[in-house]
Design a protein around this ligand. Structure first.
Ligand code: HEC
Ligand code: HEC
Ligand code: HEC
Length: 412
């Protein structure tokens, strides 16, 4: 009896020591590295590819790589990544040879984008998108765009504001659960142009709608998207810029908890312009995608009507708990400006210089009402018809005040 107790005690102690050793190894150790394939790729650049690549990059990459102040793709703090993953910073992906990706070969970029393994062999955990299902032609277009003379990717000698420090959990998951995606061993072709459902699926998968809109990032199945738990049923708890929880929406055709009652036109407006049928704004981290064509968004609609229905009522997004000072600030929160511009006007796009860029209230109002006529293709939503007439003046006063507060806070 005594020996048995001792034996069990001994085993328990050994397990504890082994567990602690594993934890220390994972914690202190570098992330695992993998072999990379030396791909012989030389992407030919054509104007068509650059244009197509810009659309895809605008829909997929820019949100994560855009500096909020300069609106250049020089990297930023991903403040909306759940803190359990650690401190995450995206990188400078301009054409700059040292600070950016100017010295990466096409093969290295393609390998990273498909598998998640960078040219140093390090696997980027779930916070960087992976595109194993994107057609060779579309991938070539993204590369052609990244190499192009478009001002968005013009070389910028700027470092991101910090370096990624993955948490223990991320390191553990990269050792035990997440694995690089195998590089496709056969050509990946475009979906047939006359098959709407196939085109819709292709876009829902490759524009990464499914990973935000399924149950949880920790269970996203990149290789077999449909096997992701709660596929497109929403409820993934994401973070807003004020640290508030924002649940992704149920995109399955369930009549009340999903988008089963939406018309095609309503869906197209929602995705391209950022408003639901009832005129409420669809807020960050969802972003309007005006770069997609009506036909493309329509195809996604058709596909979404064909996926298995999930009855899942997604909780409403949390409102940041802030004591609003006056009427203007109240509208700033009511209309959801805070969700993209943060509490202080910075957020994902800095509006604090708007006061000097648009000197008169009429000009500033014109921007807020219809920014796409001033800057075509902008991701700032068009508020005409949504903001009530009497709300403009106080709202604009608040935008100006955010600019003044930022100027006061600066030492210069
Ligand atoms: C969900 C956010 C997210 C999206 C979407 C995203 N990236 Fe990234 N990307 C990151 C983060 C974060 C890193 C840095 C990872 C790290 O430090 O471990 C990164 C790293 C990279 C790198 C490596 C750069 C280097 O110098 O190491 C390249 C290249 C890159 N991204 C290109 C792209 C392209 C092209 C797209 C669109 C097809 C894209 N990314 C979409 C978040 C994202
Ligand atoms: C970065 C994560 C993310 C990505 C990528 C994303 N979404 Fe969303 N989406 C969300 C979140 C979060 C919401 C809820 C926003 C809110 O509460 O205002 C949402 C809301 C929506 C809504 C409104 C639905 C409703 O019932 O309110 C639609 C439609 C939608 N997304 C479609 C798409 C499509 C189509 C794609 C791909 C092209 C996509 N989303 C990509 C996070 C994302
Ligand atoms: C879905 C995200 C989103 C929401 C919601 C949003 N904006 Fe914006 N806003 C942007 C983006 C992105 C830009 C940068 C546009 C560009 O440069 O093309 C911007 C730019 C601006 C600018 C101009 C800044 C400059 O320096 O040029 C102002 C002013 C502004 N927004 C005000 C508002 C107000 C007021 C609201 C609420 C009614 C609001 N925004 C809601 C995304 C958003």
């Amino acid at each position: 009896m005594k020996t048995a107790v001792k034996l069990i005690g001994g085993i328990v102690i050994l397990l504890v020591i082994a567990g602690a050793a594993l934890a220390t190894f994972v914690h202190l150790g570098h992330p695992p590295t993998y072999e990379t394939l030396a791909l012989e790729l030389a992407i030919e650049s054509t104007p068509e590819r650059v244009a197509r690549g810009k659309v895809l990059a605008s829909a997929i990459c820019l949100g994560c790589h855009m500096d909020p102040v300069t609106q250049k793709v020089t990297g930023k703090h991903m403040s909306d990544t759940p803190p359990e993953f650690g401190a995450i910073y995206s990188k400078n992906i301009t054409r700059h040879p040292e600070k950016g990706i100017g010295s990466w070969t096409d093969g290295e970029l393609a390998y990273l984008l498909r598998t998640g393994v960078g040219r140093d062999g390090v696997y980027v955990p779930p916070y960087m998108v992976k595109l194993p299902h994107m057609s060779d032609e579309d991938l070539a277009s993204i590369l052609a765009f990244l190499r192009s003379d478009d001002p968005l990717v013009a070389p910028e000698a700027v470092d991101p504001p910090g370096v990624t420090r993955p948490s223990f959990l991320t390191k553990l998951l990269t050792r035990l659960v997440f694995a690089p995606i195998p590089y496709p061993d056969a050509p990946v072709v475009d979906p047939p142009p006359d098959d709407e459902v196939a085109l819709g699926r292709y876009l829902v998968v490759n524009l990464d709608c499914f990973s935000c809109h399924s149950e949880d990032f920790k269970t996203t199945n990149v290789e077999h998207p449909e096997e992701t738990p709660g596929y497109l049923g929403g409820g993934n708890p994401l973070l807003g810029l004020s640290g508030e929880t924002v649940f992704s929406a149920n995109l399955t055709p369930h009549e009340t908890t999903g988008i089963g009652s939406w018309s095609r036109d309503e869906f197209v407006r929602a995705v391209r312009e950022g408003f639901r049928p009832d005129n409420t704004p669809i807020l960050y981290p969802m972003a309007p995608m005006p770069e997609l064509s009506e036909a493309e968004v329509g195809a996604m609609y058709t596909y979404l009507r064909s996926v298995p229905v999930i009855a899942r009522a997604v909780p409403k997004r949390e409102r940041p708990t802030r004591a609003e000072q006056d009427e203007g600030e109240r509208h700033y929160y009511y209309y959801g400006c805070y969700s993209c511009h943060g509490d202080d006007g910075l957020g994902i796009a800095d509006l604090r210089r708007a006061a000097s860029k648009f000197p008169s209230d009429a000009e500033l109002r014109r921007w807020v009402e219809d920014p796409s006529t001033i800057r075509p293709g902008t991701k700032m939503p068009t508020w005409r018809g949504v903001i009530r007439e009497e709300h403009y003046a106080p709202l604009i006063a608040h935008v100006r005040r955010l600019g003044e507060q930022a100027a006061l806070a600066k030492p210069e």
